[in-house]
Ligand binder design. Structure first.
Ligand SMILES: [Zn+2]
Length: 324
């Protein structure tokens, strides 16, 4: 049930030259992809947050980054750009419906970015972009029905069903905000006992600190303490694994994925996460189709690569005379 594969460099392959931006709550990653598929000028810069005009400020910063990318590679002429963001995203309408950490509501990011960049722009969700990259280039290649989980500060997922990404109007994949403990703590989303209040890397660190009074930098320290025999650390870690296994078991019963790809900070725990999670999931299932659990392959850059793929898709669709 458990498989591991080591990260490999992704190959985008030949195609159109495009710009890609993966906008996060803290950092924005940007790159220029050339016609051979090389990722040029990959860089991380801080995301400017302006409560007065969150969308306009961020889009203006993308235009500055674009200019710098083009100056650094004068021979490369992008024909489209991709922008991915967290939160609720309506990819069809090109609208950022909500992003708690970026501060916008119903922001028409795609049209703003098209004006600012002077290029056709595809606008998407960061985790779905990462899932698409894992499906087309990484760990989920060859599977038609896949769940790609990103477990970091929060927990989000991307769904690929019947070979196609499934977005549910921007609302799909929010497994981190599904009920894990009816008596649990209130989640910043407003609900009680969400999975990510127990099983995200952030929650594991926070719950251990709350239980012991010892501040820790992250889930890795909690895992180390658990491995060294600290009973409170073991309880926090085991609670996280149990909650994840139960959430995956429900997902497996509903969607029957062939593979569950796990990435994000917590996946770096490797066998310490995958082995108990796989065993517990196996125990919870009966007649269900058992998915393989696989480690994400594309690492931190999956979102940016998926965004570049989407921009290339847009360029092809434009050339073929189709809509976006
Ligand atoms: Zn929640």
């Amino acid at each position: 049930m458990v498989e591991h594969s080591s990260p490999e460099p992704a190959a985008l392959g030949p195609g159109d030259a495009v710009l890609a931006f993966d906008v996060g709550g803290t950092d924005t990653k940007s790159a220029l992809i050339d016609a051979s598929g090389r990722v040029l000028g990959l860089r991380r810069s801080s995301t400017p947050l302006d409560p007065a005009d969150p969308a306009g400020t961020i889009v203006a910063s993308l235009a500055v980054l674009a200019r710098e990318q083009l100056e650094a590679a004068p021979g490369v002429v992008p024909v489209a750009a991709g922008v991915s963001v967290p939160g609720l995203v309506d990819e069809v309408a090109g609208v950022g419906m909500f992003a708690s950490n970026l501060g916008w509501r119903d922001a028409p990011i795609r049209s703003l970015a098209e004006q600012a960049l002077g290029l056709p722009v595809t606008f998407g969700h960061d985790v779905r972009a990462a899932g698409d990259a894992e499906h087309r280039l990484g760990a989920a290649r060859g599977y038609g029905d896949v769940v790609v989980l990103a477990i970091g500060t929060g927990i989000a997922s991307a769904l690929v069903l019947g070979g196609h990404p499934y977005a549910g109007g921007g609302y799909a994949g929010e497994i981190g905000h599904s009920l894990a403990d009816p008596l649990g703590e209130r989640c910043p989303c407003g609900a009680i006992g969400c999975l990510e209040t127990i099983a995200s890397a952030g929650a594991i660190a926070r719950r251990y600190s709350a239980a012991t009074g010892v501040a820790v930098a992250g889930a890795r320290e909690v895992l180390e303490a658990a491995t060294a025999g600290d009973p409170l650390a073991k309880r926090v870690w085991d609670d996280a694994v149990e909650a994840l296994a139960e959430a995956l078991a429900r997902l497996v019963a509903n969607l029957a994925p062939e593979a569950v790809v796990i990435g994000g900070g917590l996946a770096q725990a490797g066998p310490a996460l995958f082995a108990p999670l796989g065993a517990r999931l196996d125990a919870l299932l009966s007649f269900h189709r058992r998915p393989v659990l696989v480690h994400a392959q594309l690492g931190d850059d999956a979102g940016l690569l998926g965004t570049a793929l989407a921009a290339r898709d847009l360029a092809v669709a434009r050339r073929n005379g189709g809509a976006r």
